[in-house]
Design a protein around this ligand. Structure first.
Ligand SMILES: [Zn+2]
Length: 240
């Protein structure tokens, strides 16, 4: 932890809470003030409905789409890309509160729309047991579990565990091309629970080409799922 973050952490714990970005004083936990929250590269809803695939600029990101609907909170850009990677690779849980705040704020906006549907089941993208024991935590779960469970009126029974397993140990997708990504993730998941006829949301941290979410969607639909909704913290914008 750098000296700056250490001082900020001590300040927040013992003296006052300040905005993670502008340092103005705020009432709660290490979070963002309302102005900084507004300034982030959040994803606004399409003109009709809540499915981000209806936005042409977002639809263009994916060559194939096997899932039925997409919700994501942010573009994968600074500063949030830094928060996500610090959380994922260094377990800096300091950033968890901020990501939870942003996700809740975006769900609150989307869920007020008449086209929003709550699924029958929400599955957090599982890690392979080997990856989990190396990392010690699932970074998607760290953020999304609390984000959902502390949403007012959220039905806790929607969050399901043990339904989807990652049964093949795969390389990180980041440095692979499209063909390699597909081969790497192919047959990586196994459905262990009853998903027949259900609407299922699968939650991930960053969606880039959609290869992993597509593979999960195929797997869930082969097991009888009716609809698969992809939910993510971030979408990676097209490289210019
Ligand atoms: Zn601020």
């Amino acid at each position: 932890m750098t000296l700056f973050w250490f001082i900020k952490y001590i300040e927040d714990v013992f003296f006052k809470h300040s905005c993670l970005m502008c340092s103005c004083t705020i009432k709660e936990q290490p979070k963002l003030c309302e102005i900084c929250l507004l300034d982030l590269p959040k994803l606004s809803l399409p003109k009709k409905g809540v499915n981000l695939l209806l936005r042409p600029d977002i639809n263009r990101l994916f060559k194939k789409v096997k899932f039925d609907s997409l919700f994501a909170a942010l573009w994968y850009q600074e500063p949030n890309s830094i928060w996500l990677s610090k959380l994922k690779f260094n377990n800096k849980i300091y950033f968890r509160h901020v990501l939870i705040q942003i996700i809740q704020s975006q769900i609150n906006i989307a869920s007020k729309h008449e086209n929003w549907i709550w699924p029958d089941m929400i599955i957090i993208m599982p890690l392979h047991t080997r990856r989990f024991s190396m990392r010690g935590f699932n970074q998607v779960e760290q953020v999304w579990r609390e984000a959902l469970l502390t949403l007012p009126g959220f039905d806790r029974s929607l969050l399901t565990e043990e339904v989807l397993k990652r049964t093949k140990y795969t390389k990180a997708q980041t440095n692979l091309n499209a063909k390699q990504r597909h081969k790497n993730i192919s047959s990586a998941f196994t459905v262990k629970g009853d998903v027949n006829g259900k609407v299922i949301a699968i939650v991930d941290d960053v969606i880039t080409t959609g290869t992993t979410i597509n593979e999960v969607s195929d797997c869930l639909k082969a097991a009888g799922a009716n609809h698969v909704l992809a939910w993510a913290t971030c979408l990676t914008p097209l490289q210019k």
